[in-house]
Write a protein that binds this ligand. Structure first.
Ligand code: FES
Ligand SMILES: [Fe+2]
Length: 347
């Protein structure tokens, strides 16, 4: 059975996905119902009525109460049943598990553990996601048929760009000219590529004149469980980085269950902020890259090991060969394992 890190924030949805009707979504192997209270705050209940187990997401609302659509029990945001239409008595045990959720960076985050320990300050910094007068992002969501750590492998090892992203980001072999480094700061991991003095890759077109070269970087930051920020930047070769550009992206994976993952992504830009055309271009580009190029490869690779995992094996039992460039994914897996073990040891 999948062991999850509990005391950590999991991104559950884009804030805009949780509207009037709420949102039913599986997270950490549990069906959950996300909705909003009258004051706009997000709330989450197990999407399962304790009477005959109807999904609460199929019901309705009475102010801040969630009304089961099957026989009408009403529940408060703390999961307590506050109304039984069939009598004044509310039987013991008529409660639904309630979860700590909060909103930050245009997203709804679910705390995986004891609600008393849920501190929003522990959400990694994704403050670049919301639009500002200087910056605008496009964003997407996809449900991936793979365990979330296989998504981390993909993102912490961007050497796959040259192979998987031939239609989008492949850079004419620039990654082979790059230096890769992985470092850990506290519980944060960094998997960085530095590619100096190269022909401008697609993202850096127009930055320098014909025949001139650029310094290019790809910097991935990882926080448990699988919340990543990628900085894609370039500047004229030898110039200070501030003479170029740096575009942050979010890549956040959350387990739906052991075999499926929610994949949330964004890509920001600091030009043409009001252009619907540029929005559409970027959305198409990134959907192509993540949904059409990355996702089928990750899913197909996962399908090759899934039966063994279901039979009780794990990633390491498959004896993955190491190429060195994959150490970002390896370190993320090891760090997550150690955080889960630490949590298990300390309760
Ligand atoms: S299943 Fe919810 S009230 Fe009966
Ligand atoms: Fe990719």
């Amino acid at each position: 059975m999948e062991r999850y890190l509990r005391n950590v924030w999991y991104m559950a949805a884009w804030a805009g996905e949780v509207g009037e009707l709420g949102l039913a979504r599986e997270v950490l192997g549990r069906p959950l119902f996300f909705y909003r209270l009258g004051d706009g705050r997000a709330a989450a209940l197990l999407d399962r009525c304790p009477h005959r187990f109807a999904p609460l997401s199929r019901g309705g609302r009475d102010g801040d109460l969630v009304v089961c659509g099957y026989h009408g029990l009403k529940f408060g945001p703390d999961g307590q049943c506050l109304h039984n239409p069939f009598g004044p008595r509310i039987p013991a045990g008529t409660t639904v598990p309630a979860f700590a959720v909060t909103e930050a960076h245009d997203a709804i985050w679910l705390w995986g553990g004891d609600p008393a320990a849920a501190d929003p300050a522990l959400i990694p910094d994704f403050s670049f996601i919301p639009d500002t007068p200087e910056q605008r992002s496009v964003r997407g969501y996809t449900l991936m048929q793979a365990n979330y750590e296989y998504g981390t492998d993909n993102l912490m090892d961007l050497s796959h760009i040259e192979w998987v992203h031939k239609g989008t980001f492949a850079g004419d072999g620039v990654i082979f000219a790059g230096e890769h480094s992985v470092r850990q700061e506290g519980d944060t991991l960094h998997s960085d590529w530095w590619m100096p003095k190269i022909k401008p890759p697609m993202v850096a077109q127009g930055l320098v004149g014909a025949g001139e070269t650029v310094d290019h970087w790809l910097r991935m930051r990882w926080n448990a469980p699988a919340s990543m920020r990628l900085d894609v930047g370039a500047c004229p070769h030898g110039a200070p980085e501030s003479k170029g550009f740096d575009i942050p992206q979010a890549h956040i994976l959350t387990p739906a269950n052991a075999h499926e993952s929610h994949y949330f992504w964004t890509a920001s830009r600091n030009h043409d902020l009001d252009s619907a055309e540029v929005d559409a271009y970027m959305l198409n580009l990134f959907r192509e890259a993540f949904d059409v190029e990355d996702k089928p490869m990750i899913e197909a690779a996962y399908a090759n090991v899934r039966a063994n995992l279901e039979a009780g094996g794990d990633f390491w039992a498959e004896k993955p060969v190491s190429l060195g460039i994959d150490q970002g994914g390896t370190r993320a897996r090891r760090l997550l394992e150690s955080l889960i073990a630490r949590e298990a040891a300390h309760g």
